[in-house]
Design a protein. Structure first.
Length: 818
């Protein structure tokens, strides 16, 4: 087997135009135009608005290449296009190979007899996606699927048509690799790697399909190298079996982040003649079992991910494409986002259905980091065509992507779509008297309750299929049920309810809920000029896509905080508001982990610079929410369920063994005067919530002193303070805060910066920053009770020193915001 890449530098022009520019493959027209200086940065200001023409234009890609003689020597040569976005005509040396219409499919053409020695020409002509969808939408209007209507007519990422966190610049281009693949005698047309655990051993086996055009004595080889380098191998004659297995005696199990390690086994699968490989594949897998436990109980039916027999509380977020133009996502950004997730103790990401079946490197990283993946099929919030051709196209797309991703250890489940069952049941899509509408509903039923589960059962029987997120798994019945299945809860935010509403919710699994914040000021500066630094300026509103989202933020902000003194303070308050709201919800659901089995925060990341629900912004910067997540997703979580004057202290544990600790608490004034204190030993039960103590301060906290009195709870192990929590008896805005006179002492120890921050009186939501450096601190936006010192760490930025850091260090807290 031989390969020759045709990725790299190509020529691009408007169809009919005579000027070519160079552009990368994988890539897209917009980023090529940007690199060539032909368009302004679409993410800056409102430049986006001038650029719709790009998606209304036909484009042509072209490159010359000389086939490697070794490739030409093989018996069969295929031209393989991993991804064409989307309406493409592919030509090789002038011969039309195909018209394609699905960006999620790989297309492969046998081209041996079209190739010649020396110069060859490949051309791909793309039709304007918007011209197509606009026309189709006129012929048959479809509900939803993005801000620009008509998207569902085309198998192109729904978010390309605009979402409530993204721009509207539908990309065009060769968005994945292009190459020649050449084989002689035979090749593996399908490789299915599976594993089964029994009696403490794991059997790993491979099932292959072989395309052979000559006869011969061929062998299938499966070779597995353990994390310690131990090699096991099985070779079978293909005539006898298309399957080979290896039994692993002492398997090193793979665990989700926080539950154990992620040892990985290297797997080689080869089709051999003698010692020569006709075809081969390499995989990296972890050994684990995965199931979703749905058991009847007093509340209905559970929805719990169980790994290696251990029920997991899923802590995570929803993932969207990491750049609107996905072809320019660097390895560094991709890995940085996943590393940040792990640092915040996340163990699951849901790849949301309005985006992509992600690239292989995404799942490889999730395998390495211990992140379980909930994978949606790529359909979101819209009604889709129901004709035969559309369904056949989707079926092929599903088979290809299921086969591509099924071996990944991180893959936990397949899910039909995002919120479309809710559309049919709750959003008024269903019109019983309208025949056309009922035809589309039947199409939905066929696709998500028959076709896709059948594709999964046939191609990936080891993974679970779930029809929609959110769903109760009963077709067209109570998709938002709290008795069974997963839930999306949007009454806080879209419904304007206060954060306290979260405590009224007990879903079996919370797969979406969220609250917006502005991105950090440093990020705002990359798209808005100083004259636009006002939340309701035209540019700030252009970078807000959730209707009157800025108003929603301000509304909740005034429930919680005082009016900010300036724009920088408003940015800061928006971030801590988001962090506080989500903390309030997650702590409640974790305390109720016997009933609620996971929380996925909408959303982890951004695809451009925008006000959004994300905890990490477009550049991967940590918003206050991400630091809060690091605290509220701790395996051992201290939380306080505060109800007026009653404080109920809990320790919630995701650890697999009982853990002894000490809870110390104080009722104190903002200046540190202690009114009452106590201590309580606790043995935190494994994989459970343990209530520690419930205290009612009705006698001590009155309307006269509640604005200067707080409750501090601390979790200790021996003389080590693990964490502390400040709870209030009045709203933050009504606290009688005084200047905490924050002092920061900075020093360096072996490349680590240590910041010791001291507060004279209570300092809330202390924000540390180092001007000119993008630091991730070990903690930030934390509270410091009166007289205490909190130490946090960060890595010394390259080419900086202690002195420079000291001069550039800034600190503020809630008191400075008004
Ligand atoms: C959820 C998601 C997205 C959306 C988000 C915020 O429903 O599925 O469609 O971006 O809400 O509105």
């Amino acid at each position: 087997m031989r390969e020759q890449s045709l990725s790299g530098s190509w020529h691009i022009r408007q169809v009919g135009g005579d000027e070519w520019i160079t552009g990368a493959v994988p890539g897209d027209v917009h980023t090529a135009l940007l690199a060539a200086g032909r368009i302004p940065d679409p993410y800056v200001g409102d430049n986006e608005k001038q650029l719709l023409w790009v998606s209304e234009t036909d484009w042509e890609y072209r490159r010359m290449f000389t086939p490697d003689p070794l490739v030409l020597n093989e018996e069969k040569v295929y031209l393989v296009c991993d991804g064409l976005d989307t309406l493409a005509d592919v030509y090789l040396n002038g011969k039309h190979l195909a018209h394609t219409d699905n960006m999620y499919r790989q297309y492969s053409f046998e081209v041996k007899n079209l190739l010649k020695e020396g110069e060859n020409e490949i051309r791909v002509v793309f039709g304007a996606p918007l011209t197509f969808t606009n026309q189709k939408q006129k012929e048959m209007p479809m509900i939803g699927g993005g801000d620009i209507l008509g998207g569902p007519h085309l198998r192109k990422a729904p978010y390309h048509f605009g979402w409530d966190w993204g721009p509207r610049l539908p990309p065009i281009g060769i968005w994945k690799d292009v190459r020649l693949e050449a084989y002689s005698a035979a090749r593996m047309s399908d490789v299915h790697l599976r594993q089964k655990s029994e009696n403490g051993k794991v059997t790993v086996w491979v099932e292959v399909e072989i395309a052979e055009w000559t006869t011969g004595d061929r062998k299938l080889q499966l070779r597995i190298t353990s994390p310690d380098g131990e090699v096991q191998e099985t070779v079978v004659s293909v005539k006898e079996s298309k399957s080979a297995a290896v039994e692993i005696e002492n398997p090193q199990l793979w665990w989700p982040n926080g539950y154990g390690e992620q040892p990985l086994y290297q797997v080689e699968v080869a089709l051999l003649v003698g010692r020569k490989a006709l075809d081969q594949r390499h995989y990296q897998i972890g050994l684990r079992t995965v199931e979703i436990r749905q058991q009847p109980d007093q509340w209905g039916e559970s929805f719990t991910f169980v790994i290696n027999g251990v029920p997991i509380f899923a802590k995570g977020a929803d993932w969207i494409p990491a750049d609107y133009f996905t072809t320019r996502i660097s390895d560094e950004l991709m890995e940085g986002l996943l590393r940040s997730s792990v640092q915040a103790h996340m163990n699951m990401l849901r790849v949301w259905g309005g985006g992509l079946y992600e690239e292989d490197r995404f799942y490889d990283l999730c395998d390495r980091y211990g992140i379980l993946v909930w994978q949606d099929f790529t359909f979101a919030c819209g009604i889709y065509p129901a004709d035969e051709a559309f369904h056949a196209n989707v079926r092929e797309e599903a088979i290809q992507n299921v086969r591509r991703l099924r071996h990944h250890t991180s893959l936990a489940m397949w899910c039909g779509n995002n919120e479309m069952e809710q559309g049919w049941v709750e959003w008024g899509w269903n019109k019983p008297q309208d025949a056309d509408n009922q035809r589309l509903k039947a199409g939905y039923d066929r696709m998500f309750h028959h076709m896709l589960p059948e594709v999964v059962a046939a191609n990936d029987p080891d993974h679970f299929y779930w029809p929609s997120s959110a769903s109760s798994n009963i077709a067209f019945s109570e998709p938002s049920s709290q008795a069974r299945g997963d839930c999306h809860y949007w009454d806080v935010w879209h419904g304007r309810k206060p954060f306290t509403a979260y405590r009224s919710q007990f879903p079996r699994f919370m797969s979406e809920f969220g609250f917006q914040a502005l991105p950090p000021f440093e990020t705002i500066k990359t798209f808005a000029e100083p004259k636009d630094w006002n939340m309701t300026s035209y540019i700030m509103e252009h970078h807000q896509r959730s209707g009157s989202g800025n108003g929603l933020m301000i509304g909740q902000m005034t429930d919680t905080f005082r009016m900010p003194r300036d724009f920088a303070s408003l940015v800061y308050l928006s971030m801590i508001l988001q962090a506080e709201g989500i903390r309030y919800g997650v702590e409640h659901w974790r305390r109720n982990m016997n009933r609620v089995s996971g929380t996925l925060i909408w959303q982890l990341n951004d695809c451009w610079q925008v006000a959004s629900w994300a905890s990490l912004d477009y550049f991967g910067r940590w918003k206050a929410l991400h630091y809060a997540a690091k605290r509220f997703y701790e395996p051992l979580m201290l939380s306080v369920e505060d109800t007026n004057t009653v404080m109920a202290v809990h320790v919630t544990s995701d650890l697999m063994t009982a853990t002894k600790a000490q809870v110390k608490w104080r009722l104190e004034e903002l200046d540190g005067k202690v009114l009452e204190q106590g201590e309580q030993a606790v043995t935190a039960a494994p994989l459970a919530d343990t209530p520690v103590v419930t205290l009612d301060f009705a006698a001590k906290v009155t309307d006269a002193n509640k604005r200067r009195t707080i409750f501090v709870a601390e979790l200790w192990q021996g003389d080590r303070l693990l964490t502390s929590k400040v709870s209030l008896f009045a709203a933050n805005k009504h606290l009688e805060l005084v200047d905490p006179e924050l002092k920061v002492v900075v020093h360096e120890e072996q490349g680590q910066l240590i910041f010791e921050v001291t507060a004279k009186t209570l300092a809330r939501f202390v924000e540390l920053s180092v001007e000119g450096a993008d630091l991730v601190f070990s903690d930030n936006y934390f509270d410091i009770p009166a007289g205490q010192t909190v130490s946090v760490m960060a890595t010394m930025p390259r080419r900086w020193n202690e002195n420079r850091v000291r001069k550039a260090t800034r600190v503020r807290s809630l008191y400075q915001s008004y």
